[in-house]
Design a protein around this ligand. Structure first.
Ligand code: CP3
Length: 348
């Protein structure tokens, strides 16, 4: 395959086998970096940081300055959509996001799709600033949460272990529940279109909790909504690269790739490389899947696995990434070693 792109990331996404894999890391901006913690303290709370274009731009650029990733990901959060829809949201220290839960169809009247851009405008300004401030060889990624994963937080009101409230609604009143999913689909299309108009070159859809559904429900609440988002985006931007990340879905990733229309798919840490090379990478470019805990460990264990992943996956279009986000305990110098190894083939 030959393309006209100069950027490594866009070349891989267009189906090219590149001289080395482009790399970026989920949660590459975050608490493992002292400069992030300083900017976050300056902003006040996490939401204020997300809605402050200057500071959100700054934290997006921080990992690029240190490590020169091939892509920058907009600094924001998947839960800005419920916030913009009018569902009160807070991030508690040491606990994560907390929302006033929506538990049934009668609670849906509290959500308002009309005004989301009023709340989200600062995010578009962050994208627009980044599109001129990132290095010319770097690709700008916008993102949103997938409707299922965003809905888990909206209904459970926080992170969950068993998803009992959302599943009870989904099984007990699928028609009412589909109204919630439809609202998130529409908001997500509008949100991502604005990011693209502001300069995002690629978008990634994070479906962190797609793996908790049985396959018939996976089809209804993951495949269908993701497909509608991809179609909604492509109606306006036929060539827009879209990366899907259906985490924890095992063999269901095959129907995800065949039916949603995504350009590329991100593999979680548990996906077997050989299996993915044969069954997924033969269809579309893949991204992934280093265990984020190897980035905490560093040294030989990390380096050996990085080399193994690159060797196994580089005979077809491949983007190096983690299987899930960087965690706060990660020593920054281990990210430096990873960057050197991918770029130069050695850590020195
Ligand atoms: O660097 C990047 O990847 C871009 C920014 C980004 C954040 N969250 C910043 C963030 C992205 C892409 C996300 C996605 C996100 N947010 C997901 C999907 C991917 C995943 O990690 O599973 C989910 C499920 C969320 C929801 C969310 N936001 C949770 C559960 C939490 C609390 C857990 C935690 O790590 O603290 C957040 C907060 C959050 N989002 C932080 C960051 C940097 C930490 C906030 C802080 O600074 O205190």
């Amino acid at each position: 395959v030959t393309t006209t792109h100069a950027k490594l990331m866009l070349r891989a996404l267009s189906g090219e086998i590149t001289e080395r894999p482009p790399f970026w890391l989920m949660r590459q901006a975050g608490r493992y970096l002292p400069e992030y913690r300083a900017t976050r303290a300056e902003a006040g709370n996490f939401l204020d940081l997300c809605y402050n274009p200057k500071l959100a731009e700054e934290v997006t650029l921080q990992p690029l300055r240190r490590y020169g990733m091939d892509a920058a990901i907009l600094f924001a959060d998947i839960l800005l959509i419920p916030d913009a829809l009018g569902q009160p949201l807070d991030y508690l220290e040491g606990e994560g996001p907390v929302l006033d839960p929506i538990r049934s169809a009668k609670d849906l009247s509290a959500l308002n799709l009309e005004n989301i851009h009023t709340t989200l405008e600062p995010v578009y300004e962050t994208v627009s600033r980044l599109s001129s401030s990132i290095p010319s060889e770097c690709t700008l990624i916008g993102f949103a949460g997938a409707p299922w994963t965003v809905a888990t937080y909206m209904v459970e009101g926080r992170g969950s272990k068993d998803y009992v409230n959302i599943k009870k609604w989904m099984y007990g009143d699928p028609v009412g529940f589909s109204t919630l999913i439809d609202i998130i689909v529409d908001a997500t299309i509008a949100y991502l279109l604005k990011q693209v108009e502001a300069g995002a070159e690629v978008v990634q859809i994070f479906d962190t909790w797609a793996g908790v559904l049985p396959d018939n429900e996976f089809r209804k609440w993951v495949l269908g909504p993701t497909k509608r988002i991809v179609e909604g985006l492509r109606r306006h931007h036929p060539d827009l690269p879209v990366i899907g990340f259906p985490k924890g879905v095992g063999g269901n990733i095959i129907s995800f790739v065949e039916e949603t229309g995504v350009t590329a798919v991100s593999l979680d840490t548990g996906t077997p490389l050989d299996w993915a090379a044969r069954n997924v990478q033969t269809k579309i470019p893949v991204q992934g899947n280093l265990d984020p805990i190897l980035l905490v460990q560093g040294g030989e264990a990390m380096e050996n696995r990085i080399i193994e992943i690159i060797n196994r996956m580089s005979t077809a279009p491949f983007i190096f990434n983690l299987g899930h986000g960087i965690i706060p305990q990660t020593p920054p110098e281990h990210v430096g070693a990873l960057s050197k190894l991918i770029r130069n083939g050695s850590t020195s």
